[in-house]
Ligand binder design. Sequence first.
Ligand code: 2PG
Ligand code: MG
Length: 426
Amino acid sequence: MKTRITHVHARRIWDSRGRPTVEVDVTLQDGSKGTGMAPAGASRGSREALELRDGGELLNGLDVSQAVSQVNQVIAPSLVGMDALDQSQADHMLIELDGTPNKSRLGANSMIATSLAIAQAAAVSQGQALWQYLSQGQAVRLPLPQIQIFGGGAHAGRRVDIQDFLVMPIGAQSFDEALVMVANVYHAAGQLMASQGKRHGVADEGGWWPDFSSNEEALQTLTRSIEQAGYRHDQVAIALDVAASEFGQGGRYTLGLDQHVYSTDEWLAVLLRWLNTYPILSVEDPFAEDDTAGMQAFTKHVGQRIQVIGDDYLVTRVDLIDAAVRDGACNAVLLKPNQVGTLSETRSAMLAARQHGFGMVVSARSGETEDTAISHIATGWNVGQLKVGSFTRSERMAKWNECLRIEESLGKNTSYAGKHGLKLAL
Ligand code: 2PG
Ligand code: MG
């Protein structure tokens, strides 16, 4: 069997925050080789699969030598001999081998790097790009990008409470044009902030690190930046990742910058006012992961006209997506492969979301590598949207640039999701 796995090898590499992470190479009988790398989150949901870190003194406890040896000592012997074309069988074996509810034995970092490496090797063996291999012959579209302009929350010293202020080029005709629009907005925002003395370098995902005096000032500045770049609101819209679990718990939301503690109802009122004032079309984690009532109230009020995404709230898990459908707690899901641990489980979450008519966004993590697999996953599975952080730093640009290459390779058959990437009647 040409696609039989013959070698699996893991090593320690370094992510975009200069922290250790896991890289895995998988080699097949026919010589095809694939590589997968594990990203790492900073604002993590408490229900996410666990990444295995060494603990102790060295490298602040973040080293991954145990995760690397799990791959080389435990995973490799079991994986060798399996067919790389049967991703679900290989992933199932990883899940069985781990045997814990939250991947704490093998570690979600070792598992996702391995799982992605298998898919990459399989695609190579078929002479296909990864997106093409994953599409299984179905029609594909380049995703609508969600691109961060200002970083906040856990990614920028909590300088603002809201984590991501992003834009979506809904009016572009192609992915190529979408990036031109984002570049114009990004640089307009930088100039505007510099002229006001509010620009303090870049945050973890490459967005401007702002020095605003309120969260709302960020929204005002972003709206002005879009206008100064020459775009209307039906061309470039705003998306927020509130990442509310970072400042909310037990129905209390403590906004450090605004020096105010809100109840769930009061926080809802603030968000609704923002939605009525600024051109926002998508909001991620508006309430904390423990606040189902808040998520439900928000979705009930605005779910018909804007996208309500669960990230920490859903952690790429089918059971949580099913519950959110039942509860009316959101209408879209963020898909982060490392949040659940294998490509097959990420695909199950995608299929569940699709079945329920949920919007979908494939997403990177705040700690990233040069791996571009998520550009291929978002395109090949035709999910409609991709979120990778901002528009600087090569671990981000690698993903956007890969989408440009995919778009070019599709030639006349290319299609850009644009506003249709959002499951909204626009
Ligand atoms: C998020 C991600 C990416 P992190 O919350 O959506 O912005 O952050 O990887 O730190 O969880
Ligand atoms: Mg998020």
